[in-house]
Design a protein around this ligand. Sequence first.
Ligand code: NAP
Length: 507
Amino acid sequence: MLRARRSVRIAIAGAGLGGVATAVKLKRAGITSFTVFERKGGAGGVWRQNTYPGCEVDVPSHAYSFSFMSYDWSGTHAKAPELERYVQDVIDEYQIREHFVFGCGIDTAIWSENRGAYIVVTDDGQQLEFDVVVSCVGMLSDANWPQLPGLDSFAGPVFHTSAYEHEHDLTTARVGVIGTGSTACQLVPALAPQVKHLRLFQREPGYVLPKPSRPYTADERVQWVKHPWRQKWDRFRLFRGARRVRDAFKADSDYQTRRRKTCQNFIAKTIDDPELRKTLTPDYPFGCKRPIFASDFYPSLNSDNVSVTPHAVVEVMPDGVIDADGTFHELDVLILATGFKATDYLRTLNVRGRGGRSLKSVWAGEPSAFLGMTVPGFPNFFIVYGPNTNGGWSVMTQLERQAEVIARVAGKIARGRADIIDTRSQAAAWFDSWVQRQIADKLSSTTAGACHNYYHSASGKNVTQWPLSHTAYWAALRVLPLWGFVTTRYGRRRAAEPVRACADAAQ
Ligand code: NAP
């Protein structure tokens, strides 16, 4: 039970999985003075935003869920609407809906040394004061529109997969899909049967593994729900089994060789045309890009109405595109499966810390954070799913551990044991270089070959990946704050102030 001496006013930016995890952990720690600001009309983050045909998770649902909420999943791998529903059900189960403000995000957070708090400016211009600000804006939420000459001139519909336009009748359309990442590999099999012709533009092939996905039988579902321990046991089994996954990311490991072989066999087994097999076979180490899990992608490429162009698109014309080989392809619709600005952390949130310094200028294109969560000079500011925290296996686990740190810190403030928590510069520098050393060792496949991936900043530094296990991350988050966090007490007390910002937008 929390013995609060003061109310900690916490602003959370984003109501995706990270925002919801943080809200639940705070509530469970006895802290209820938080508000989650969400720009979109509802919670769910990427699982609300991505509605493209075939969108589903490629990590098993029993592992891609919160440890604090088992669920009646319809199958081994949930589709986007079910994941969005799960998020809603978590919010209701933990009775935290009243803390969410939809239709209004946080634009700017400015640290005030005098007040020992942040002035938070919302999208509709309100200025509110909070003791703690938490960024949960995610890493894969900002669409990457390719810089293609002539893109604006295309006469037909052009849209990104994360803002899918369902209103077009594509039955008579020649559709171009740019990109062959996880998204495209889910989209193509689902979309191909609905269009006249689908042309897939592949700049570089990915490693694709089969995904053993299936619906649960009615009996299985009853068992999972009736005996939650079985679901927990399955979760434990899945996490245990996934420990080997990381071994494949070492460029010279046996597991790397075995993974490559599995992918090559998968191509040989599923692709009819020998030329296409060559086109789809990567020539760089497994793990250089994020591996793709999709059983129906390769089979869909055998369809008569699907063609693969093994070149990037270099220019767009009103009635089609030109590929890197100089060939023109006539198209009616263009779908950009070109991913996200993953390395551009917190692009949509302006944060100013001590001395008015902006986080963007401190990072200067190379984001890094102590434990992936805090930056020296930005007191009481925390990032969920921040730099170098993407990894382990199921991101849900990473988010939960980070949310626990925030709940612990908030509890400390509430109990009057601290007012301001900043980060030691030496700790942040040490953590960054330690993570980079671990990446060089454990994720050597991400740099061993010349491949495009979304892990590296313009300078070539890996700014997205966590190189070790979930357990190692848990241990780091338990121990390192004792050294890396500097706490200051002001001894002030504030009255609890209910915060209802953006009330108009929420109605
Ligand atoms: P992605 O992996 O970044 O793939 C983007 C694709 O677009 C790549 O094939 C890339 O080519 C291509 N591309 C980008 N710019 C291009 C350009 N200018 N010209 C030609 N091609 C271009 O993005 P994503 O497929 O949306 O997936 C992003 C991440 O979202 C995944 O890695 C995963 O973490 C997550 N995701 C997860 C699931 C899930 O089931 N859990 C599902 C979908 C997505 P290159 O390969 O040459 O770079």
